[in-house]
Unconditional design. Structure first.
Length: 77
């Protein structure tokens, strides 16, 4: 089997599609994590418990990690 420009071009297209797919999935997960913050905030206002602040902190930390991961992946990819 001959390795030519066509094969290299196909590999570049596949890699570019994979990178784009990873970024889109991470961005959608980032939006989901922001929705989770909103839901935790509404839950904390509705059901007041001593652990509400801890859960809210975990949700914010989770969202921050995801946003950091998106920025890192954008830089690497």
């Amino acid at each position: 089997m001959e390795v030519g420009a066509q094969t290299i071009l196909n590999n570049d297209i596949i890699l570019s599609f994979g990178k784009l797919a990873i970024l889109i999935i991470l961005i959608l997960y980032g939006v989901f994590s922001l929705l989770i913050i909103r839901q935790v905030d509404l839950m904390g206002k509705t059901l007041i418990t001593p652990i509400s602040k801890i859960i809210r902190a975990i949700a914010i930390l989770h969202s921050g990690v995801i946003i950091g991961l998106i920025i890192l992946a954008w830089g690497i990819l």
